[in-house]
Ligand binder design. Structure first.
Ligand SMILES: C[S@@+](CC[C@H](N)C(=O)[O-])C[C@H]1O[C@@H](n2cnc3c(N)ncnc32)[C@H](O)[C@@H]1O
Length: 279
């Protein structure tokens, strides 16, 4: 599809335009939805009017079976993502989407029962941004309330990027999206620097010179392979914390009550963590 526009697209605008071709593990599947819902506390599920926040516009979280009297608020800094991806007309309860940063949310103190985010920490450009965001989550979520995050977690032992491409050549990587995340994690030097997404594409392009042939050999849709182009020349960085870095970042404000790993490819790097908000 050719998109004509008068100004350059931001990475999230590009992402919004190719949303249909993004798949697991980048985008949550039904297993993730079930894990998220299982982690939502029974008192929020059975409350007459639970106040839930989605950190982003992830439809799979918005369309969980929220009680009809609930109030669902999405907070996302990209108006394009809100306009293109937030499922405003399918919500099971009343809802709104606010265009704002997670560092400064127009929400009252302790006004949220449960906040959910899919990959939200990883879209922060540096580990240095974690403190301000976690502080703001802590401000808006009530003490004893929940923060449930699917996190993209860097393995304790770094995987060399050459090993990733060797695994690709042996046919051991099941999807373009798993490949992108393995390259990304292999390239990250530290949580503070994160990984510049254009580097993910550059490494991919060096190794895969004929996309059509690769699509045929691997049995991957060419549209999924082409999602790599959303990273072209992009200065945006992603971050992939280790479990220890997550524990350090949240300590004192949130306590991890449950951690569930999904069963799909790379699920061991995509735990859903149910945090309890400390007073
Ligand atoms: C929740 S994350 C990840 C969603 C999904 N797993 C994926 O990979 O597409 C994506 C959303 O976060 C939003 N976002 C990134 N950084 C943000 C920030 N600091 N404040 C608010 N929204 C932010 C982006 O605009 C985007 O819509």
């Amino acid at each position: 599809m050719t998109v004509s526009t008068s100004k350059p697209l931001t990475p999230w605008s590009r992402h919004a335009r190719q949303w249909a071709h993004v798949g697991s593990p980048l985008r949550p599947g039904s297993e993730d939805g079930e894990i998220f819902w299982d982690l939502v506390a029974d008192d929020a599920k059975s409350a007459a009017a639970p106040r839930a926040v989605v950190l982003g516009v992830t439809p799979e979280l918005a369309l969980l079976p929220w009680p009809g009297g609930g109030q669902l608020t999405a907070v996302d800094q990209s108006q394009d993502m809100i306009d293109r991806v937030w499922p405003a007309d399918q919500l099971p309860c009343s809802g709104r989407a606010i265009c704002a940063s997670w560092k400064d949310m127009p929400l009252d103190d302790a006004s949220v029962d449960v906040a959910l985010g899919d990959g939200s920490m990883s879209v922060l450009p540096s580990g240095r941004d974690y403190h301000a965001v976690i502080k703001e989550f802590h401000r808006v979520i009530k003490p004893g309330g929940q923060l449930i995050l699917r996190c993209f977690v860097h393995p304790d032992e770094k995987e060399p990027v050459d090993n990733v491409f060797a695994a690709l050549d042996r046919g051991e990587i099941g999807s373009m999206h798993a490949l992108k995340w393995r390259i990304a994690m292999a390239l990250q030097k530290s949580l503070d620097t994160g990984v510049v997404v254009s580097d993910i594409r550059d490494h991919f392009m060096k190794h895969v010179t004929n996309r059509k042939a690769a699509a045929k050999k691997l049995g991957w849709p060419i549209e999924a392979i082409d999602t790599i182009d959303a990273y072209e020349n992009s200065p945006v960085s992603y971050t992939f914390p280790t479990m220890a870095e997550i524990a350090a970042a949240f300590t004192g404000k949130f306590k991890a009550a449950r951690i569930v790993h999904p069963t799909y490819e790379l699920g061991e790097r995509c735990p859903v963590i149910g945090f309890k908000c400390l007073p």
